[in-house]
Design a protein around this ligand. Sequence first.
Ligand SMILES: C[S@@+](CC[C@H](N)C(=O)[O-])C[C@H]1O[C@@H](n2cnc3c(N)ncnc32)[C@H](O)[C@@H]1O
Length: 217
Amino acid sequence: MDDAQAMSPVRSLTAREWDHTYASLPAHWDEEPHPVLGELLAAYAPPPQRVLEVGCGLGTTARWLADQAYTVTACDFSARAVAEARRRTAPKTAVRYEVADITGPGRPDVFPVVLDRGVLHTCPTDRERRAFAAGMARVCGPGGLWLHVGAAALAPESALDQTNGPSWTTEETFLRAVSPWFTVVHQRIADFGRRAGITDWPARYAVLRRQSVVTDE
Ligand SMILES: C[S@@+](CC[C@H](N)C(=O)[O-])C[C@H]1O[C@@H](n2cnc3c(N)ncnc32)[C@H](O)[C@@H]1O
C-alpha cells in the first residue's frame, strides 16, 4: 500500500461522486440484466408484484421489470442518475423513481420484493456491506425477498477491495453482511452481464428471505 492509499481509507463512492461518474463516463455496466435474473424472478417472485429496485442507475433494469408486469419503484442516491432514468422512461411505464439513499433517512416504504443489481458490490468493506444490507432489511417486508446480483470472488485472493470498481465478495464476506437479517434461499454464480470482455465477469445471484428475527446485528 502506498502513502496515498494509507491516508485515504477504502470506502464507497458518495452520491456526489456517483453524479460525477454518470456525468463523465459511459455507464459500461448499464444493460438489461442477464437472463439468470429473469429465471430467478420467475421462480421465486413471479409478477405481478411490487418491486423496489435499489441503486437503479439509468433505469434499465427498472424498465425491464415493468415490461414483465412488475409494479416498480426505483431509487438511487444519485440525482443525476435518477434524472436520466426518468428521461429514458416512457410516461405510461409502471416505474416510479425516487432519489433516496438506502442507508439513510427518507428511504422508500416496505416492499415484498427488493432487488439490487451491482449495488452491494460498490461497498468495499464489511462495515459498508452491513450498512447496505441493513438498509435492504428496512425496506423488505416481513418474509419478503431480496434478489441480489453482484461481483463474486471465486477465491479469497481475488477478493480485491476497490474504490473505483466492483468489490468482489466471497461467499463468506457476502454471508457476513446479510446474515443478521436474511436467509439465503438460492445462490449461484453466473456472468454479471452479456457484453464480452466488459460485463461477463462472475457474479453472485442470490435470493434472500427476510428473517422475522434479527440474529446478530
Ligand atoms: C454500479 S451502479 C449499478 C446501477 C444499476 N443497478 C445497473 O445495474 O445498471 C451502482 C448504483 O448504485 C447507486 N448507489 C450506491 N449506493 C447507494 C445507496 N446507498 N443508496 C442508493 N443508491 C446507491 C449508485 O448511485 C449507482 O447508480
